[in-house]
Design a protein around this ligand. Sequence first.
Ligand SMILES: Nc1ncnc2c1ncn2[C@@H]1O[C@H](COP(=O)(O)OP(=O)(O)OP(=O)(O)O)[C@@H](O)[C@H]1O
Ligand SMILES: O=P(O)(O)OC[C@H]1O[C@H](OP(=O)(O)OP(=O)(O)O)[C@H](O)[C@@H]1O
Ligand SMILES: [Mg+2]
Length: 282
Amino acid sequence: MLRIAVPNKGSLSGPASEMLHEAGYRQRKESKELVTVDLENDVEFFYLRPKDIAIYVASGKLDIGITGRDLLLDSGANAEEILALNFGRSTFRYATRPGTAKGPEDFHGMTIATSYEGIVAKHLAEQGIDASVVHLDGAVETAIQLGVAEVIADVVETGTSLRNAGLEVIGEPILKSEAVVVRRTGADADDPRAQQFLRRMQGVLVARSYVMMDYDIRVEQLENAVALTPGLESPTVSPLHHEGWVAVRAMVPAKEAQRIMDDLYDIGARAILTTSIHACRL
Ligand SMILES: Nc1ncnc2c1ncn2[C@@H]1O[C@H](COP(=O)(O)OP(=O)(O)OP(=O)(O)O)[C@@H](O)[C@H]1O
Ligand SMILES: O=P(O)(O)OC[C@H]1O[C@H](OP(=O)(O)OP(=O)(O)O)[C@H](O)[C@@H]1O
Ligand SMILES: [Mg+2]
């Protein structure tokens, strides 16, 4: 049975379970359940703290995990990212009170509060900055007000928490994160059960970001139309009963669908339809 770690709490928990559900897996019915078995798919799900997931996967006791890229890197665990999941996006940044520092090079001798000691210690060492790091479990923005640190390094999504604490970001993002699928470094990449899981998750990513587009076009405009809708491999072109016309079917990025429909209309396409993709295997 494939054993998969899923975040049990926090920002990643709901979207991870939702994505697994969309991929056809049975998910726990209530948040107190720590383990659930999906007999039909031969998968066991373990609901664990997102920060611990890379460690479980690196140990080899669990085959696959869903966690944040920042948490994976912070753990230093012997696990690697194999698929980015396009949710739980955030940046990881330094912040201070205005006027404290122009850039990380000014952090020498200062104290930096963070819940992500691994990432911060590595970044400071790489930049040759001699600063001390103090570990806090959360609400690190308050550490500056309370005089525990001059600088914080934390997850920034909308920036609201920083603004509320009167802080501003310093320097470039240390990293950009999102939810990722992780596996033990060097694990058997050909394991068919893991391959099937990844295909299902990729199917959800595609179904979420593409729509199916159908339209009719005069044959002489077909090449121009296909240039607008090249599809993932190549569009399907079928003859219409009405001579001189063909029907075209192709997947297009959902974000661009309206613009593409306008462009198709302008070159003479008609009966242009988009439909959502429920599930897919590429
Ligand atoms: N607004 C956000 N706040 C915190 N983490 C976020 C946010 N958006 C995305 N994430 C990601 O969620 C993961 C952190 O999850 P974790 O459960 O440890 O903290 P949390 O979402 O802040 O939950 P809590 O602090 O309530 O336990 C990281 O990968 C982080 O990048
Ligand atoms: O940029 P924003 O949209 O404000 O999001 C980022 C904030 O959200 C998280 O805090 P959370 O509420 O999880 O509390 P915590 O610090 O105790 O984890 C994170 O630690 C930041 O403080
Ligand atoms: Mg938090």
